[in-house]
Write a protein that binds this ligand. Structure first.
Ligand SMILES: Nc1ncnc2c1ncn2[C@@H]1O[C@H](COP(=O)(O)OP(=O)(O)OP(=O)(O)O)[C@@H](O)[C@H]1O
Ligand SMILES: [Mg+2]
Length: 234
């Protein structure tokens, strides 16, 4: 579904990504893990078009999208839920969700998508008229994910959806990610929660200082001694 080849990117003079290549098969969950400042957010921002690729190519469903605007990528079904929420705090939960379906192509399925979002997140239905800014951190995170789903993604990119959540909510978020996959959405998941992210991943990549240093099935990576020492403290 997504093929990136030899991607380089960075900020100003400083290069952050060095020849990154990745493949995301349709229907899979792919987890991208790595320590702080490894370049994970930079990489997914390059995939979604928020950062410019300095070199290399990005192919989505057979089409070269390297030079497309972020909006044009969203129209094709490549949707990113940003790190750290970014909701409209003064708008209600329902209004925030509707903001996710501004594209002409998905406007027709607004109500259907809204219903689906509430099914996936009953909590948001209970709070649909509440201002998003007054939701708890976990609820805001759910609202941000639900809003991304309103634009009918084919590939959903999640940047640290478990960040700052209590353990019980973290497990819920990981369950919801699997529910989303069952709805035929392919998922690229960026996580610091290495154990859980790799447990549910069909495939994982480890990013260190802007280089992919390991890739394999989630199962394979979880059994790798080097990875366990570096990321799981075992
Ligand atoms: N807008 C920016 N301008 C300049 N440098 C940046 C910018 N955004 C990120 N960087 C730098 O790029 C490097 C990679 O940052 P990035 O946010 O991609 O890391 P990350 O792997 O997502 O880290 P974290 O796990 O902390 O979110 C860091 O050294 C960071 O300081
Ligand atoms: Mg990041």
């Amino acid at each position: 579904m997504l093929k990136i080849r030899d991607i380089q990117s960075g900020y100003g003079e400083s290069k952050v990504l060095f020849d990154i290549s990745m493949t995301i098969p349709e229907g899979s969950i792919v987890s991208l893990v790595g320590s702080n400042a490894a370049g994970k957010t930079t990489l997914i921002n390059t995939i979604s078009g928020l950062n410019r690729a300095w070199a290399g190519s990005i192919e989505f469903m057979g089409e070269d999208i390297t030079l497309l605007s972020p909006a044009a990528r969203v129209e094709r079904g490549l949707v990113q839920t940003p790190e750290g929420r970014r909701l409209f705090p003064d708008l209600s939960v329902r209004e925030n969700l509707l903001m996710g379906s501004y594209l002409k192509s998905v406007r027709g399925s607004r109500e259907k998508n809204l219903k689906k979002a509430y099914e996936l997140f009953p909590r948001l239905y209970e709070r649909k008229d509440q201002q998003a800014g007054s939701l708890s951190g976990g609820e805001q995170q759910m609202c941000a994910i639900a809003r991304s789903l309103m634009s009918c993604p084919k590939l959903l990119i999640l940047d640290e959806p478990s960040l700052g959540l209590a353990p019980i909510l973290i497990s819920q978020v990981f369950e919801i990610i699997q529910d989303i996959q069952r709805e035929n959405v392919t998922i690229l998941l960026v996580e610091q929660n290495v154990q859980q992210a790799l447990s549910l991943a069909d495939k994982g990549y480890v990013l260190e200082s802007g280089h992919i240093t390991m890739e394999g099935t989630g199962e394979f990576l979880l059994h790798d001694d080097g990875l366990r020492r570096a990321y799981l403290g075992i």
